[in-house]
Design a protein. Sequence first.
Lengths: 128, 522, 468
Amino acid sequence: MAEASYPEDLLYHPEHDWARIEGDVATFGVTWYAQDQLGEVVFFEPPAVGASVSKDAPYAEVESVKAVSDVFAPLSGEIVEVNEALSDTPETINDDPYGEGWMVKVRLSEEAEKESLMDQAAYTSSLQ
Amino acid sequence: MSTLSDNRLHADPEIERFEPSARVDRALQTAEQAKRATTIYERSVPGRRAFTPPAAGVPERPLDELLPARLRRAEGPKLPEIAEPEIVRHYVRLSTRNFHLDEGFYPLGSCTMKHNPKLHERVAALPGYARLHPLSDPRRAQGALQLMHELQGALAEIAGLPHVSLQPSAGSHGELLGVLLTRAYHEDRGQHRTKVLTPDTAHGTNPATVTMAGYEVVKVETAPDGGVDIDDLRAKADEDVACLMLTNPNTLGVFDRNISEIASIVHGVGATLYYDGANLNAVVGVSRPGDMGFDIVHFNLHKTFTQPHGGGGPGSGPIAVSDRMEPYLPRPQVVRRDDGSYDLDHDRPKSIGRLRGFQGNFGTFVRSYAYIRSLGAEGLKEMSETAVLNANYLLALLKRRGVAEYLPVAYDRLCMHEFVLSGAPAKRQLGVKTLDIAKRLLDHGVHPPTVYFPLLVDEALLVEPTETETKETLDHFADVVAALLEEAERDPDIARNAPYTTPVRRLDEAGAAKRPVIRQPL
Amino acid sequence: MSRYTSATDADRTAMLEAIGVSSVDELFADIPAELRLGRDLDLPAGLSEQEVYTLLRDIAARNVSAEEEVSFLGAGMYDHYVPALVESIILRSEFLTPYTPYQPEVSQGSLQVMFEYQTAISELTGLPVSNASVYEGPSAVGAAGYVAKLANRRTRFVASRALHPHARETLETMSHGYGTSVTEVPLRDGATDVEALREAVDEDTAAVFVQQPNFLGAVEDLEAIAPVAKETGALLVVHCDPLPLALLKTPGECGADIAVGEGQSLGNRLDFGGPSFGFFAATEALLRRMPGRISGETVDVDGRRGFVLTLQTREQHIRREKATSNICTAQALNALAGVIYLSWLGRRGIVELAELMIQRTAYARERLAGLEGVRLVHEQPVVREFAVALDAPVERVIDRCFAEGVNPGFPLVHDYPEIENGLLVAITEQRTREDIDRLAGVLGAAVRESRTTPSPLAMASVDGERAD
């Protein structure tokens, strides 16, 4: 994705991850800023379905050619679905970080945690 | 993970999105570029061969009797089928696709790419060494053991620590030995410490070694002057710390003036102080790690002592230790008995055991020993003095107008044998990254400096000329850098798409990582 | 100024002026006075090239090498014939002096060599993933243990007693660091006792280690061992001798997860134990856990075929404390010698070489077993090495053989005291029938004489124990 973009309907975590909440399930991924910093993503192995994630803790790794980075969970819960397609085409994370580049879907355990996340305005200004 | 703070997103500064050329003008490529890379398997023709075995000369028995069919493979390995002339042509042609030290300058920081004396291959090939089996009875290997013993003595004198093991095969192998010795030392005193401290400027082998040795890495911050942040060290040095691993001068090329205080803090909590010898070339005969307070020192024979790099080894990482670490040294140790004969001592009850087979990379000992005997006491000191002189001179040249604005030195003080420049201004003002500068340097027939290390410096270029380069080579390098930056001012795209004249141009590394092809399908 | 530096007085003056100091000594101002050595190094003065050559030559003359005796000494390194083309290629500046290929555009020679080497190792071991070398055999075993421990997080290793003693000891030393224990499995008839292995392997076993052929020369039944080793999910690591792999069913075919070994016999000299190289191959599943450098094929911007170091995120310079290994410098030049040698042997040559060794080994074994006071330790199939037990103190026997210009092999007394006066005899293509007949004659006589009279070289053995 060539141009920076930060959709309004998402919540953002300071470690450059986003969450889209739909009922009690949230989808996580990394932001445009993150994929731009990472360079071309060459490897992403999704975690296992059923694993639990904790807010602010890493739940996976993403690799570019010469760097490895942790991916952080914006919210806590249990993984109910993972994006297997990323194993074959990890570059989707660069091309469509908010759409086909989604990483995991999590059943939230602590709804109140979303209060601590940033909205689009807060996140984009934090990038200045 | 691989950054200053474990929790930070780590930018991949080097690799940009791979863009195949829009247009390739085959008429403008070099002769070397026009050659297609062909593997030796692709040169094979069924039936061709180089080796034919001699006749067995013994009564032959049916193979099935000697080795039942169920233990045998159905088809042999698909090795090449090719005769000697084509094997030679293949590898000779391949060799011309390598830049190498005998051809040109390699200012690779932290690597000490100094000239490899040609005498060394001649002596290493003497049959008395080359055809000596490692399990020879020591009485029949007195020459080899003498050489090792004398090398040990020389390294001990250089390090200022009395006991040496030549066993480790490389620097990081020496690091592992050092940390395992530390573990043995603490365990022998009934202590089970869990942490090892390393500065955030440490070479990657240090933290990797710490984990392999069963410890947790704790990073110590660097002060604005480039040395260890003493306050941070004091805060983190407690009785759960087994060891602090340091390089001095460090990977920023500066000598840590507070080393005695650092040693005192570390020893004060009962921890050991480990010296990564990668930068030893700066201080031989001038200052000794043992005198600075280090307990364990590793040497890189393929750096300071000019074992040829061979495209990635062999190397050797012997260590020198203080008296209190001696009992734990690996088996066997080379010793001299009362009657003057040399021997391998296996009788070491507190030894940690061994980290490899036999005695180590003996061939590298022959070369390093020849080097030390060639240079002698005076020559060794002159080696380091000239290394430091050359680095400071090159640094002075690069502080000129037209270079310093774009590639300022990261720590503006006297350097030792190497120095770090930051390419951050070049990136900001010219749109040309350290990576691009490196690639454009290739077109000028020099190997670039070490890039993107240490991590502490943005767009780092770590430059180490070594003592074997002439003043003219250094002058020329500085001129090339200045010219390159001037070119970038006019047209940054030139460097961004460099190199142009090398056997291949920029490669699709992302593709190689996503879809690894690491052997020829046969 | 030594012969390797060029700074004349004039150079020095000009350089100091440019720097802005008046003496070289000022450049070391950051080193506190109390840390300055302040004296000359207590080392001899430097020597001319000619003097160094003479010195090194005289020291070498104090060794008895395979040049001067007929040697049957093996036990991990072997006196093979290294063809002249190997050194003519590896001593070329272009292969001898470059750095690690971190700038691939100017390192295609080294990178393609690695790719060709990786291919050859995959062919030998039957495993699809190979790296570009590790240090040598025993440390490769330790590295394999680390991979297994990181992969399944278990804490026990089970190792055959017939794994090379240096490999077993290295595994124990490294285990003590990264937190695993090593349990030894005994032998039966010179090979790993599969029933004892079954008892030893449990849910906490990270890896099982066997050697092929084993240290006593026996060909192990890997197809029987593999299911037992892997029953609870442990990885199977096979430490193998590369030349016999020309004939033997590959570790990959037999179900090994990792194959490692000592590469010295592939185009490298004895060199008193190093440098040589270790090879490390594994299944596809372990690709991202591999230690060491790996070269991969790719293309450049203009579409040219090329090679790069790939999957670098495994390695220490990127993954640091979570790297698959701490290895940095490996043994690239020695691996180059290896792939040149394998190309020289060729597809048919390596099989014929292995067949030659097996025939001569069979002949040697038969001749020695026929000697009075010499019996075979086991009757397992062998390829290039076998063990005998003597009716006389083995070290005394060896001394007598030395006096006749023959080195009969490796005494097993220290590592395998349960074998009475054991001797490990190795055969290479350099040992002719005449050499073997001579060995039989000399050994037979030595055994006879050693039963009654003391050795002519009456000295204490290496560790101060008399071989009585």
